[in-house]
Design a protein around this ligand. Structure first.
Ligand code: NOJ
Ligand code: CA
Length: 702
């Protein structure tokens, strides 16, 4: 492993208003830092000689403080350094990651207050990260943030792929529009509930993907979000400048910091090739190295679940429909009348275990196994889960033994209903219960308003909790996949037992009406920038009324598209979400899900355009075999795929799972064609993808 860091310092004794410049190693990006005449810090960013971020202010406004950290600054010191190291993730898109950047750290002093902060900039070949640092000092001990005032000034009316600003949910379809159109489209984009009342109608969430009229791709996000509130972006329409807009707490404050402290990194990725945005490791590199000493127990997981039948309304999480008010620990469920729809019953779970085992899966998730689901949809919060009491028809010991005999690990489910303190009180006993019964991973969930404090899902308090739950899980050697938690910002590097997150509109929305067919061509540019998603792909029966006659939803994808997702949506946690009986009808297509790898040595992003298509090739970890996936947006598309990523001089057999000629996500989603072909690194494949379609290819070395 190569590791070099050099530091040198320039001491600037006097105030300087000259721009300080830093260029990336490949010379494509140039950062300028400057103080305005009133001592307000600003930065700008050029790409290939063109401005991509024009002069933008930096600073923080504090509560109860006459002087905020906004202006009146002088430069005290500037240090420069660089790093070039290679590190190995426990799991990931590639087995080695290069972290290569140039750094400039500017110490800014407010002389009258006799206090200072540091602005640390890291310039990579594919983007810029910067953060605020608050060193320990006499005159800045602890403080409350009223608002962070970081700006990202755009240079034109770019096309943006956006979801509305929100303090509690990212589960939206994306809207594609010009920046100047966000305001008028905002209400339409708000498909549901949540907490937008306090929000302006030009607020959007990150990761925000944009494309300029000149064909430059810009992505704004954050890295290493810890002990701080999530940043939304609010667009000033006149100047086309995004301004940071932190998530408030229950009383409107935006963060409580005690020095020494740092903000998350604010990130700007830039390239004229969209595939560079998908290939970037900048977000991960801005996070701290792995803090877990022993990682031998952390493993990628391919799993099935007793789940889709609940989400579609075919069966239920709750055991009985009889109880208007249930008191946890008091209600005797063995005396209650079962509703006959409770899916988490021992016999049914065993059927799933049989199927998952027969087809080589690692694990099985079962939801609705524990007492308490009678009320959770109502969120009356009269009672909450204890995470250790199974319903009478779920024999935890019997299921555990049966699963072990079939080489299947059981995946735990903890729905917290947003009752975070209740969950924290039960966390040790819940994890001990998992250890006792051999559960090695947990899917947790935070549906509903956060209680008891009336906080938001993306405020500092809740964000502290999500990481607390992950760290404590590591003590018990448990992997965590949290739904409805804050969207990832690369923390998986530091805590690799955080193997999944939802935090976006996943497949479940296909059972609540349907998602836009091009949704999956946008997610890798947005939600996945910070880390993997438990998207739960693999739906083969698109007509949901076949599962539940009362549900008219339609899954807007072809079967070939669903297969491709295992490659295009990188995750160490991949689910085959449909019911066994739906797979039984298409066992030849199901073979791809059985074969596809879930950990990788290399990833090559072959072609991509947000909203339109993505084609990715990945090499299975420790094996010579490759998997290729293509997802396609709203219109049919043809492509010529060069297989020059294959090892030269070797022979391979490709099995191609493609849309049939007449396939279409709406009218003919189950039409696919499987073919095989001998290929080498010199081969080119001509392929066609239907609207909402795609292809998946398995390339085995012979
Ligand atoms: C929402 C999650 O996204 C879904 O996967 C889960 O089944 C329900 N909450 C219940 O916890
Ligand atoms: Ca969800």
């Amino acid at each position: 492993m190569k590791y070099i860091i050099l530091v040198f310092a320039l001491l600037m004794i006097s105030v300087t208003t000259y721009a300080q410049k830093l260029s990336s190693s490949n010379s494509e990006l140039e950062l300028s830092f400057k103080l305005k005449s009133d001592g307000t810090p600003t930065y700008s960013l050029n790409y290939k000689g063109k401005e991509v971020i024009s002069e933008s202010k930096l600073g923080l406004e504090l509560v109860n403080d006459d002087k905020s950290l906004l202006d009146g600054f002088q430069i005290k010191e500037i240090t420069s350094s660089w790093a070039d190291e290679t590190w190995k993730p426990v799991w990931g898109e590639q087995s080695e990651i290069r972290n290569h950047y140039k750094e400039m750290a500017v110490t800014l002093e407010q002389p009258e207050e006799n206090r200072h902060i540091i602005l640390r900039f890291r310039l990579f070949d594919d983007g810029l990260g910067f953060r605020y640092e608050f060193p320990q000092q006499k005159n800045l001990v602890y403080f409350v943030i009223k608002e962070e005032h970081t700006e990202f000034a755009m240079t034109g009316d770019h096309t943006a792929f956006w979801i509305p600003g929100d303090y509690d949910s990212q589960e939206y379809d994306y809207t594609t529009s010009k920046l100047s159109e966000i305001n008028e489209l905002f209400d339409k984009a708000l498909s549901h509930n949540a907490s937008q009342e306090q929000f302006s109608k030009t607020g959007v969430q990150t990761s925000l993907m944009m494309k300029t009229n000149g064909g430059i791709y810009i992505n704004l996000h954050e890295a290493a979000l810890k002990e701080y509130s999530l940043m939304n972006l609010n667009l000033d329409e006149d100047s086309l400048t995004f301004k940071s807009w932190l998530t408030p707490d229950a009383i409107g404050n935006k963060g409580y910091l005690q020095a020494p402290a740092v903000s998350p990194w604010r990130t700007i990725m830039v390239s004229d090739d969209a595939t560079d945005i998908l290939a970037s490791n900048m977000n991960l590199n801005l996070n701290e190295p792995n803090k877990l000493e022993d990682t031998s127990w952390i493993k990628p997981i391919k799993y099935m679940g007793v789940w889709w039948e609940m989400i579609t309304g075919k069966s239920s999480w709750n055991y009985t429909d009889e109880l208007p008010s249930v008191k946890l620990g008091e209600t005797d469920f063995s005396k209650a009348k079962p509703n006959q729809k409770h899916a988490a019953n021992t016999e049914h779970v065993k059927d799933y275990i049989d199927f998952a085992s027969k087809h080589g899966f690692d694990a099985l998730l079962v939801e609705g196994w524990n007492e308490g689901w009678e009320d959770w949809f109502g969120h009356s919060k009269d009672y909450v889960f204890d995470f250790v009491t199974p319903y009478p028809d779920f024999d935890v010991e019997e299921i555990q033994k049966y699963a072990a005999s079939k080489n299947i690990e059981m995946m735990m489910h903890h729905e917290t209903s947003g009752a975070i303190r209740n969950y924290e009180r039960h966390l040790d006993t819940a994890y001990q219960f998992m250890n006792k019964y051999g559960y090695t991973s947990v899917k947790s969930g935070y549906v509903g308003d956060i209680i008891p404090r009336g906080e938001h899902h993306y405020g500092q308090w809740a964000i502290n909790h999500y990481l607390y739950a992950v760290k404590k899980a590591a003590d018990y050697k448990i992997m965590v996949n949290a739904h409805e938690a804050v969207r990832p910002t690369g923390l998986r590097r530091t805590y690799p037992n955080m193997i999944g997150n939802e935090s976006a509109r996943g497949t479940e929305f296909q059972a609540f009406g349907g998602s836009k067919p091009n949704h999956v061509t946008i997610l890798p540019f947005t939600r996945l920038i910070g880390g993997p998603m438990d998207y739960t792909p693999g739906i083969f029966e698109m007509d949901i009324s076949k599962l539940n006659p009362d549900n008219n939803s339609h899954v807007n994808a072809t079967i070939a598209n669903q297969l491709a997702l295992y490659v295009t949506m990188y995750s160490p946690l991949q689910m085959a979400a449909d019911l066994p009986e739906n797979y039984e009808h298409f066992m030849d297509a199901f073979q791809f899900i059985k074969d596809v790898a879930i950990d990788w040595d290399e990833s090559h992003y072959l072609e991509a355009e947000p909203g339109e298509y993505i084609t990715v090739a990945r090499k299975a970890k420790g094996k010579p075999d490759w998997f290729v996936g293509n997802v396609n947006g709203n219109s049919p598309r043809s492509t010529k795929l060069k297989l020059d990523f294959l090892e030269k001089g070797k022979n391979y057999e490709a099995t191609i799972y493609a849309d049939a000629k007449d396939a279409h996500y709406k009218t003919n989603p189950q039409a696919y064609k499987i073919s095989t072909k001998k290929v080498t690194s010199k081969s080119t494949l001509k392929l066609k993808s239907a609207a909402g379609g795609g292809f998946a290819i398995n390339i085995i070395q012979k």
